[in-house]
Design a protein around this ligand. Sequence first.
Ligand code: HEM
Length: 268
Amino acid sequence: MKNNFELNLSLVVVLFLAAVYIVYEALSIPAGGHPFGHTLGILGALLMIMTEILYSARKRWQIFNFGQVRHWLSFHIFTGIVGPALVLMHTGLVFRGLAGLTMLLTVLVVISGFLGRYIYTAVPRTVAGLEIDRRTLEAQAIGQQHNLTIWAADKPARVQALVQQETARPADHQELSAAAVLTRRIQEYRQRQQLNAAIRKLDKEERLKMAEVKKSIRQQQRLLRQIDSLQTVQQMMGLWHTLHVPLGLTLFTAMFIHIGASIYYSGL
Ligand code: HEM
């Protein structure tokens, strides 16, 4: 999910749907009972049911054991965004009673989904979406540190010192807190600023040398942060699951009661 493909695609589809909604609003009075509004509701609910079931099925049922987990999760995220967007259009932006509550629960599940994705992407995974174990990551970090040290060996002293300073692991390094995991983008930004500031103090030749190694330094910094947050992220994902899953089930309970009631009262 590195390249945010599913988020970009969802954004394009949601923007397209917004344009459709503007036309729909120009041509009629949007409402859940309007034939087009109805269609939007049915499509949205179907996508949300797929969101709820398919990814879990891929992870648990042998019969669904095909394709990479990360692709199923990307599809989960895509349907988990577009489905609720269709349901929002279905409401005609009127939020009353159980229908209003169902829409509120939908928004909460989507927000919790984004939080889940942010935590989920805090630790490195195989292309299949499986977590990479600590030992493998430690070996990668040692290998990367070794390459950096060899690279720096014949470089000017200030370059050597900077590489060492930016990638050294504090002897007393500890498991990162949940707050550190949630604010990792800010830390990455600060580390980047700090490195750029240190490089600006070097002379031209040294700066050119550092340009060669900057990307590796950042990779090493990220790797060390991921290693130091592995346990915390696992705990956070576990806690998050205990929120996201029941919230989803509550949403579907409300949604099915809403659908049942609208069928009953509309006498379909
Ligand atoms: C209607 C909306 C949604 C519903 C009903 C829903 C439901 C679920 C369920 C039931 C799971 C647990 C899967 C399992 O482990 O068996 C799950 C996991 C997950 N969902 Fe959603 N979700 C929705 C929207 C989203 C959105 C919009 C995102 C991201 C932007 C998202 C991101 C995730 C992530 C990252 C996981 C954890 C994957 C893992 O640990 O393997 N979800 N969701």
